[in-house]
Ligand binder design. Structure first.
Ligand SMILES: O=C(CO)COP(=O)(O)O
Length: 138
């Protein structure tokens, strides 16, 4: 599965801890991230990550484009709900595209835990047959 990993600055430590805890699961998948998040994952956890631009410089939009091409299966985005972001429209657009394309999305550690454990159990295997069977308008 292709997993997008993103965290706002005040949530980066939470995301790094989370990925470390589930490193054995994440290591079986293809990882994508916005620039700074990806750099930290790469350096601190030593997982291979494809890095896009930093979020405020277009990284959220790049991940959104991958979603619209059906190339992202899961988004884990630890948002900071208490700090205004200069690129808030990009953040909203990314979250919106997850809903448009029915991509499982976790915006905090509690929901991320459910998704990652489900991933391991095969609950998201339907993603691989999605393109041929799911009508995006429904
Ligand atoms: O701002 C972000 C998501 O909106 C995250 O970007 P960075 O990973 O580059 O900090």
């Amino acid at each position: 599965m292709n997993i997008a990993l993103i965290a706002h600055d005040k949530k980066k430590r939470n995301l790094l801890n989370f990925i470390t805890a589930y490193k054995n699961i994440f290591s079986k998948h293809q990882l994508f991230a916005t620039g700074t998040t990806g750099k930290l994952i790469n350096e601190e956890i030593e997982l291979e990550v494809h890095r896009f631009q930093s979020g405020p410089l277009g990284g959220d939009q790049q991940i959104g484009a991958k979603i619209s091409d059906n190339e992202i299966d899961v988004v884990i985005f630890f948002r900071d709900p208490l700090t205004a972001q200069p690129h808030e429209p990009d953040v909203s657009a990314l979250l919106r595209l997850c809903d448009v394309y029915k991509v499982p999305l976790a915006t905090n550690v509690a929901s991320a835990e459910i998704i990652v454990r489900g991933l391991e159990q095969g609950w998201l295997n339907w993603r691989s047959i999605k393109e041929s069977t799911v009508n995006y308008d429904e």
